[in-house]
Design a protein around this ligand. Structure first.
Ligand SMILES: *Cc1c(COP(=O)(O)O)cnc(C)c1O
Length: 396
């Protein structure tokens, strides 16, 4: 039975490899942080994690997780609505709502599940979903699971969005959905304009804050802080797997009736376990830290400004960014791979992206800045970029 299928898979895998698209994993043998050790024994500076606030190895979070592990055990062995809810889950849901200025929150095992389970319970064939073309894969999959009419607009293109909204007047309810920060360019969705159009055409808005929460806005409260729209957006989704400690977990937060309906009907919530108690406890400690001090967000913002300014000074072509994502444009796929490889030899771990991850002719190296980086780390990266950039003729 397997023989024919095996041959098919072997051929497919070979063609992925030949196209240069085979994903390999680099193996880290230290905690996740600014300076990591990989299994070749090499120490490198990490500029490709979503560890925006540098919390992945934070001692306060580790202590909170250990304490919960001792006091509340390892796992729940149940979905939330049977016997999988502890006070820790409820407390974390409340803290997330406080952080974003929303009414209620529902936790998931991951944001992939939050997005996968948000559309189908709320909308049906009488309704419309209007989605940014660059939205995350989990939003695309979530939309696929829902029978609503689908409309798509080019990334952050408000003319196209308006056209979609006009067409979608034919439907009963309309939901505009967008990433808060688009992960390849680092641009923030123009939520002020989106909100204006939503008002004008009677639509609701959903923002996926995965790359923006903890990062965007003066105190890192995300796109609703940036655009002064706290409490105005119906649905926010996000992850605990990036800025917020980086372990695991996702959430949907927003209007209380929406969250209540998701608890009744969202399939990843009903049929899959939530996060374990230790992760919930660390999440609570994390949001307590956010409420107490703005130190990490401030450091992240000043690190990002510093890095972008110095890289521009060195002559690099940097995409305009309003987040901690900094796209160093190279435009050539092979060059992006060569440059990333040479940077790694210099002890700087970054990743080069090219088609089909980004549009053809838009190859780049994506640098992700963290509050865990010290100025020496940034300087070392800038020096390595400058050296290799000159070597490869990217800058003069
Ligand atoms: C990373 C990411 C997700 C998935 O988050 P997980 O919690 O790891 O599943 C969803 N949406 C966006 C925009 C992301 O960047």
């Amino acid at each position: 039975m397997y023989n024919k299928f095996q041959q098919y898979l072997q051929a497919e895998l070979k063609s992925i490899e030949e196209a240069g698209l085979y994903k390999k994993e680099r193996i880290i043998v230290s905690p996740q942080k600014a300076e990591i050790k990989v299994n070749t024994g090499k120490d490198v500076l990490n500029f490709c994690a979503n560890n925006y606030l540098g919390l992945s190895d934070n001692q306060e979070l580790i202590d909170a997780a250990k304490k919960a592990l001792d006091e509340r055990g390892f796992g729940m062995s149940s979905v939330r609505f049977i016997c999988g809810t502890q006070d820790l889950h409820k407390e974390l849901e409340r803290k997330i709502a406080e952080f974003f200025g929303t009414e209620d929150t529902i936790l998931y095992a991951a944001c992939f599940d939050a997005n996968g389970g948000v559309f189908e319970p709320l909308l049906n064939e009488e309704d419309a979903i209007i989605s940014d073309a660059l939205n995350h894969a989990s939003i695309i999959d979530g939309v696929r699971l829902c029978k609503a009419q689908r409309y798509r607009y080019a990334n952050a293109n408000m003319e196209e969005l308006e056209n979609c909204l006009k067409l979608a007047q034919a439907q009963r309810h309309r939901l505009i959905v967008t990433d808060g920060v688009f992960s390849m360019d680092g641009n923030v969705a123009p939520l002020d304009k989106i909100y204006e159009l939503a008002e004008k055409y009677d639509a609701m808005v959903m923002v996926d804050e995965s790359h923006s929460a903890g990062v965007v806005g003066k105190t890192g409260r995300g796109t609703t802080e940036q655009y002064n729209l706290r409490g105005k957006i119906e649905i926010l989704t996000g992850t605990l797997g990036k800025a917020f400690g980086g372990a695991i977990g996702g959430f949907t937060t927003g209007k209380k009736e929406i969250i209540a309906m998701l608890r009744q009907r969202s399939r990843p919530y009903l049929f899959s376990n939530s996060i374990p108690p230790m992760v919930a406890a660390a999440g609570i400690a994390m949001f307590d830290m956010m409420a107490r001090t703005n130190e990490l967000q401030d450091k992240l913002h000043s690190n990002t400004d510093y890095f972008v300014a110095k890289m521009k000074e060195a002559g690099f072509d940097i995409k305009p960014t309003q987040s901690a994502i900094c796209a160093v444009m190279l435009y050539d796929a092979k060059l992006s791979q060569q440059m990333a490889e040479k940077l790694l030899e210099e002890g700087i771990y970054v990743v080069g992206f090219y088609y089909p991850v980004v549009p053809k002719g838009q190859a780049r190296i994506r640098v992700q800045i963290s509050a865990g980086h010290e100025i020496e780390h940034l300087d070392k990266a800038i020096a390595a970029f400058t050296k290799i950039g000159k070597e490869l003729g990217v800058i003069k």
